[in-house]
Design a binder for this molecule. Structure first.
Ligand code: AMP
Ligand code: ZN
Length: 480
């Protein structure tokens, strides 16, 4: 294992469970089990959701960078997530089906596909296991049966519930003041015994009417939202694993309830050693919601001329534990930085000549080591990417570094940044029409016929490419 090439101390991460930055120690040396809560696939992911997946991708890349072998599991919530966290309201998938005049299964398929395309375009590594709640119904029924046998459940007219008063440490992740909640409770808790109790299995109000429902020992219905993550994480990772993540909104309810039901079933604590949460992306108009009007998806950015990687860069400029305010101006700033990075990398490649990849074989020089050490230490300090980016820009502006040193450094940094630096300036195969135009333009340039050369520049431009003159001839680059 290569615990950081030049790292002074090991990796440190902020653990919501302890509210401190702790040294990271996996349960099995060199291996990390990482479970990240995935999307509820009833609509496109909004850019707030995507911020969380980018943070989780940086976390996974960091673990891999420091030599850990990571197994990454992510769930797809395609049933059971209701419009209210209080276990009331409609199933979001059924809402999506009504909205689109189709059924919940088609909605799930459509938006899972859209999600996979989104993460690919953001250079987010695909999880090793993508598990669907609807494909793990038996596992969920088995877990609920186990909880029932152990006396943690009770029945109401609309479902089977978990009795949170049976656990002495319920709410430890969020540090909930359970007694205070009881005393101050004026909200209608319907037939629930405690305000914090939650549904494990919900009954179909009219069996046969829902698109998604299953038989169970308690009646026809569907699983509660929280039980899917417990059942699937336990299936793939067992009763003790390393890291579980999600957005900060999951701390008080979803993750709190996952811990409650899993630890009640296994009788062991802690289930997960490190709980890591990403802060929200916020808009001037407040919290972004898939069900609200202020919904921005990746396509909304594309329509305004921004690429997914501009957005990825934008997210990297803020620490994952700080809220990030979205504005078109700041996204524009990110776009400019990505364009600048593009230009610098292309200049470096031109300077290195055609076999620029061979430079990667050489041993690292002292100045490179200095920059790498600095970058790694920022990264290891609870993923301080804003500082990591600052190290990258300082290195790229450092005139004492050669192009080879810069190229090797930026590629190494990009293992974490995920901006696809290697492909910068490398065009996909040009069409014959385009290469003919470039050839003709070169001939005119050599002949000093600038008028004709400019005319052809215009034609190349019309085909979506920018033209640059270099000592080696015309170089075209697809406009971003
Ligand atoms: P959902 O699809 O609603 O289940 O949410 C998917 C992920 O996005 C979860 O980890 C949420 O915590 C996270 N999330 C939701 N809204 C935001 C936001 N505005 N900013 C960052 N993350 C969010
Ligand atoms: Zn979850």
């Amino acid at each position: 294992m290569n615990l950081g090439v030049y790292l002074k101390d090991g990796l440190k991460l902020y653990n919501t469970l302890t509210r401190t930055i702790q040294p990271f120690r996996p349960i099995n040396a060199g291996r990390v089990k990482l479970y990240t809560c995935g999307p509820t696939v009833y609509n496109y992911a909004h850019i707030g959701n995507l911020r969380t997946y980018i943070f989780e991708d940086v976390l996974r890349r960091t673990l891999e960078y420091f030599g850990y072998s990571v197994k990454h599991v992510m769930n797809i919530t395609d049933v059971g997530h209701l419009t209210s966290d209080a276990d009331t309201g409609e199933d979001k998938l059924e809402v999506g089906a009504k909205r689109e005049g189709t059924d919940a299964w088609s909605v799930s398929k459509k938006y899972t596909q859209a999600f996979l395309e989104d993460i690919e375009s953001l250079n987010i590594k695909e999880p090793h296991v993508l598990c669907y709640a609807t494909k793990h119904i038996q596992e969920q029924i088995d877990l609920v049966s186990d909880l029932e046998k152990k006396g943690f459940t009770y029945r109401t007219s609309d479902g089977l519930y978990f009795d949170t008063s049976k656990l002495s440490d319920y709410g430890k992740l969020a540090r909930l003041d359970v007694k205070g909640l009881k005393a101050g409770s004026r909200v209608d808790i319907r037939e629930k015994k405690n305000k914090t109790d939650f549904a494990l299995w919900k009954f179909s109000q009219e069996p046969g009417k829902r698109d998604m429902e299953w038989d169970s020992p308690w009646g026809t219905g569907f699983p509660g939202w929280h039980i899917e993550c417990s059942a699937m994480a336990m299936k793939y990772f067992g009763d003790h694993f390393d890291i579980h993540t999600g957005g900060v909104d999951h701390i008080a309810v979803h993750h709190t309830n996952e811990i409650a039901q899993t630890e009640a079933a296994t009788g062991k604590t802690p289930w997960v050693n490190y709980w890591i949460h990403g802060e929200f992306l916020i808009l001037d108009s407040g919290r972004m919601g898939k069900s609200k009007g202020n919904f921005i998806a990746l396509n909304s950015l594309r329509k305004k001329g921004y690429t997914p990687l501009d957005y990825r860069y934008f997210c990297l400029t803020a620490h994952y534990r700080n809220p990030l305010s979205f504005s078109w101006d700041s996204l524009n700033g990110a776009k400019n930085s990505v364009s600048r990075l593009n230009e610098i990398v292309i200049m470096i490649k031109e300077d290195l000549g055609t076999d620029y990849e061979s430079i990667l074989e050489r041993t690292r020089t002292q100045p490179e080591k200095k920059y790498l050490m600095s970058f790694e230490n920022k990264l290891a300090n609870d993923l301080d990417l804003p500082e990591g980016l600052a190290v990258m820009w300082t290195a790229l502006r450092d005139e004492s570094l050669s192009s080879g040193e810069k190229y090797r450094l930026v590629l190494k940094f990009d293992e974490i940044l995920g901006l696809g630096v290697k492909a910068f300036g490398v065009e996909e195969k040009l069409t014959k029409d385009l290469s003919d135009l470039i050839k003709r333009r070169d001939q005119y340039r050599v002949a000093g016929n600038w008028v004709k050369a400019d005319e052809i520049r215009g034609k190349i431009h019309e085909r979506g490419y920018d033209v640059r003159d270099t000592p080696k001839g015309t170089v075209v680059k697809k406009r971003r």
